[in-house]
Design a protein around this ligand. Structure first.
Ligand code: CMC
Length: 436
């Protein structure tokens, strides 16, 4: 092996025996090599132990690349900052799904393909009557997206490439309608039907904010901010919800069911629920004078309190999305004329203190994308319960692209992790009268 060539294999030797396993080392285009352990059990009789799969590559993918130490995020090779500045969400959706940026004709066809699917089957409207008015919109999203397979049976054959594509169009096109209707229902306003003459982001803002009694006024700065938020959240490699979509998809489940599973996984506060949790946390802190006591509580492990919007499983330097979001945050607040918002002041003070505090610095805990997105969305008038649904809306594009890649992957098998069993060894049944 020459000095610059990458090693091709690693060897594991079982202590006290002659058993060895030779593991091929696989190389991607970027990132560290990975040891192929598929023959490990056959060669050495052992499995690997990796709770949370933090050290395990679960699949091969060409969609998104993250370098957590360097703060790099690439969609199909393009840096997120360039896409956020120069592209649009639907163009990014095309990029994620098909692998390259579209030319003008390809984009027109894709745009048409997606926008022709923005309406929901009229009977789906009736679902809402069954939900309580105070239902969390994520519960509505899970339910309605899961139910889509009952309404669109002509695109659930996962072995047909065209049906897969139509399902992808339907999901990307209808998720804004479902999300906006979940909001409208919660405030008792009439549902607004999609408008295909508006951009993807503007149509969503229209369905959220317009009412039939008033004419709707567009705001290009808020449209751009919305589009940027969607781009930044569109995909993020093999995170918990994407892995859930892939795992559900590996069984052959239909795409609507798989995306509903992804929505469920996204809901948790450690993942997509974090932007909502940031605002809840700021509300609980209430005043700048309470920050030191709150920080002390966060550092006290027995309290189980986390500084929401800080830290990331992969980014251990900075979250590149957070930088763009911070800038968008100031643009939106400027446009809306918000200068002395107490919650924003509190957030900025918290950010300053945490970035200076050894607890956070030594653990490499930096503000993540959700720290700022929560603040922007609040300023744009979204209630906190809508934050995670918005994340789901954006991520649907990433999920469906990852699902399509998985279905087309010849290496794809049903996802079936193993375990380290620590329960009782085999024992015999004892009749109830004889038990102590
Ligand atoms: N506040 C206080 N302490 C923290 C935090 C936090 N937000 N995050 C991590 N730590 C501590 C953790 O307790 C551990 O301390 P110690 O070494 O003393 O035991 C240390 O930092 C290292 O943490 P870790 O185990 O490397 O973190 P993780 O990779 O298991 O967790 C995380 C990542 C995102 C779940 C976690 O940082 C967290 O809960 N953050 C708050 C929730 C949040 O903002 N989530 C949004 C993530 S970005 C959106 C997305 O991509 O889903």
């Amino acid at each position: 092996m020459s000095a610059s060539a990458k090693p091709s294999q690693a060897t594991i030797t079982i202590e006290g025996s002659n058993t060895t396993a030779v593991l091929p080392l696989l190389s991607g285009t970027l990132g560290p090599q990975v040891a192929d352990i598929r023959k490990l059990q056959a060669q050495a009789g052992i499995f690997t132990f990796d709770p949370g799969y933090g050290e395990t590559a679960s699949c091969e993918s060409k969609i998104t690349y993250i370098d957590g130490d360097e703060g790099v995020l690439l969609y199909r090779g393009y840096p997120i900052a360039q896409l956020a500045e120069k592209s649009t969400f639907l163009e990014v959706a095309y990029l994620l799904m098909y692998g390259d940026l579209p030319n003008a004709a390809q984009f027109e066809e894709f745009n048409h393909g997606v926008t022709m699917h923005t309406m929901l089957h009229e009977q789906i409207r009736r679902f809402w009557e069954g939900f309580r008015r105070d239902a969390h919109p994520m519960a509505v999203l899970c339910g309605v997206v899961g139910a889509m397979s009952a309404f669109y049976p002509d695109s659930v054959n996962i072995n047909d490439a065209r049906e897969r594509e139509i399902s992808a169009f339907r999901l990307i096109a209808k998720i804004p309608t479902i999300t906006a209707w979940a909001y409208k229902y919660s405030i008792g306003q009439p549902f607004m039907y999609p408008r295909n003459d508006l951009s993807y982001a503007e149509n969503f803002l229209y369905m959220m904010n317009a009412v039939p009694a008033e004419s709707y006024r567009k705001n290009p700065i808020l449209e751009r901010a919305m589009d940027r938020i969607l781009i930044l959240h569109a995909d993020h490699e093999q995170n918990a919800s994407t892995s859930t979509v892939r795992l559900a998809g590996s069984t052959g489940a239909n795409p609507f069911a798989c995306i509903a599973a992804g929505i469920a996984a996204l809901w948790g506060p450690a993942h997509g629920g974090a932007n909502e949790a940031v605002l809840k946390m700021l509300g609980e802190i209430g005043d700048k004078k309470n920050i030191p006591a709150f920080i002390a509580e966060v550092k006290d492990k027995s309290s189980h309190t986390k500084l929401m919007g800080f830290g990331h499983r992969v980014y251990k330097n900075f979250d590149p999305r957070a930088k763009i979001m911070q800038q968008t945050c100031y643009e939106v607040l400027g446009e809306l004329g918000i200068k002395n918002d107490p919650l924003l002041d509190l957030a900025m003070e918290l950010e300053k203190i945490a970035l200076d505090d050894d607890y956070f610095v030594s653990r490499k805990l930096y503000p993540n994308v959700d720290f700022y997105s929560g603040i922007i969305l609040k300023a744009m008038g979204f209630p906190t319960t809508m934050f995670t649904p918005l994340f789901a809306l954006a991520r649907t594009t990433g999920w469906i692209s990852q699902w399509m890649e998985m279905i087309e992957d010849p290496q794809q098998r049903i996802g079936r992790p193993r375990q380290l069993y620590t329960g009782a060894p085999q024992r015999d049944y004892v009749a109830i009268a004889a038990r102590a």
